[in-house]
Ligand binder design. Structure first.
Ligand code: EPZ
Length: 418
């Protein structure tokens, strides 16, 4: 079982090239089954979530090969339209396969998805969207069974701008004749990336990045090459790590505007942030001031996927901070572990109040979900003494060899097997 051993107190200095976005790659991998010609995706990031998604595609009959950091997908001989729970239960993104399989085969049988345990993770918005498109949806024995032989285009309003539901419905509609509109659509950069990928394959999708997406169905899609965007959450994680540790780090490859919401909060309180083209420079004296109140929200608000990392920062800020988690109902699992390290945090429902302390102390802590485990690593970078972080399998879902990236910046961190 892997663990991460950290010795706190090192400053971070140097440059880091950010890898491709997990939450872009996952829907794009799903969407690749819509095409019967070869797809080449660049900068493949070896996260366990993307690896699991590749296994799902192979289980359907797709051929996948990796050469250097490209992924070549050939879904021409796809034979299967059903995904068992052993695979579907590994990742949340198996739910995206529903839309993609309906687009390709007009039928699908997918076991309930897995994903980080940060709430109930219902799929009602996905399923009500499919029903609005004329898909017959049944849920039984742990599977979602869809019959889309009568699928039509339609105008559908999402009751919440769900990222996954927006992506799933985009995929289901690109090969359906007529015009489909998705209103109250999610506006995350990864949705725009999916639109760009679908259009590169010959689809006709407009409006991603706004609350209204319009899809004009086309008959067939063709092969293409595509480079998904870089991971804004990983970039935000290293920006926050530098604000905590002190130092001078150049973060390369990410569009600065994707991080505007947290930059507005951290610049001049926790660190100094500047940017030029796709490079973001963060400088910190390692004595951050509290950033006041932060509320997570859908894009372009403060991302829920950076909430845990911001809380780690808040624990050592001078002053008190308030963090409100508005997107998921159970995303404070990192709090008891941070308290074990000496943090002063009080939680009631979705509100946490964090009083900054002079020091955190190294301790054995356990990560329970992806971003919460990242927050424990950040805390270990500044804690006095040694910290051992268990639950590394969670962090490997969305960061590739985080210990190598952080030690490349000067952190004292390594992976140990026990
Ligand atoms: C995506 O999850 C991301 N995962 C999550 O990243 C991210 O936190 C989330 O979007 C929000 O930005 C991937 O893209 C693979 P949602 P998703 O549907 O699609 C409720 C990470 O750490 N909801 O926008 O599951 C839901 O319960 C992961 O990288 C319904 O009620 O998020 C939640 O409260 C974690 N019914 C809210 O909407 C539904 O049918 C947002 O969920 C769907 C969602």
């Amino acid at each position: 079982m892997s663990k991460l051993l950290l010795h706190g107190g090192k400053r971070l200095n140097g440059e880091i090239e950010i890898s491709a976005a997990k939450n872009s790659y996952l829907p794009i991998l799903a969407a690749s089954v819509l095409c019967e010609e070869k797809i080449i995706l660049h900068n493949y990031p070896c996260y366990t979530d993307t690896e699991n998604m590749c296994e799902i595609l192979k289980s359907l009959g797709a051929k996948i090969e990796k050469n250097n950091d490209n992924l070549v997908i050939d879904a021409s001989s796809l034979s299967e339209y059903s995904i068992e729970s052993a695979l579907a239960g590994q990742v949340r993104s198996s739910i995206f396969m529903l839309g993609a399989l309906l687009g390709r085969f007009k039928k699908a049988k997918v076991a309930y998805p897995g994903g980080c345990e940060i709430g109930a993770r219902p799929i009602d918005i996905h399923l009500s969207g499919f029903r609005r498109l004329g898909v017959k949806v049944e849920e039984k024995h742990g599977f979602i069974l869809c019959d889309a032989k009568n699928m039509t285009s339609a105008s559908l309003l999402l009751e919440f701008p769900s990222v996954g539901a927006t992506e799933s419905l985009m995929m289901a509609s690109v090969l359906t004749s007529g015009q489909t509109k998705i209103l109250n659509a999610a506006q995350e950069p990864e949705i725009v990336d999916l639109q760009n990928f679908l259009n590169k394959m010959g689809a006709d999708v407009r409006g991603a990045g706004t609350s209204e997406i319009v899809i004009n169905g086309v008959k067939k899609l063709h092969g293409c090459e595509f480079s998904p965007i870089k991971d804004r959450i990983i970039a935000g994680t290293y920006l926050i790590a530098t604000a905590m540790c002190g130092g001078d780090v150049l973060i390369k490859g990410v569009n600065f505007h994707y991080l505007q919401a947290i930059v507005d909060k951290l610049d001049k309180t926790a660190c100094l942030i500047s940017h030029k083209n796709d490079k973001i420079r963060v400088i910190s004296d390692g004595k951050p001031k509290a950033f006041g109140k932060i509320e997570t929200a859908v894009y372009p608000g403060v991302p829920t996927d950076l909430q845990a990392q911001l809380m780690a920062l808040a624990t050592i800020c001078e002053g008190s901070s308030m963090i409100v988690e508005n997107v998921f109902e159970s995303r404070f699992k990192h709090v008891p572990e941070l308290i074990k390290m000496g943090a002063d945090i009080h939680v009631k429902d979705r509100v946490s109040v964090v009083h900054g302390v002079k020091h955190l102390y190294g301790a054995p802590v356990t990560g329970l979900e992806l971003r919460g485990t990242a927050s424990l690593v950040l805390a270990g970078l500044v804690a006095e003494g040694y910290t051992i972080v268990s639950g590394v399998k969670h962090i490997d879902r969305g960061y590739h060899r985080i210990e190598e990236e952080l030690s490349g910046l000067g952190a004292d961190i390594r992976r140990i097997e026990d």
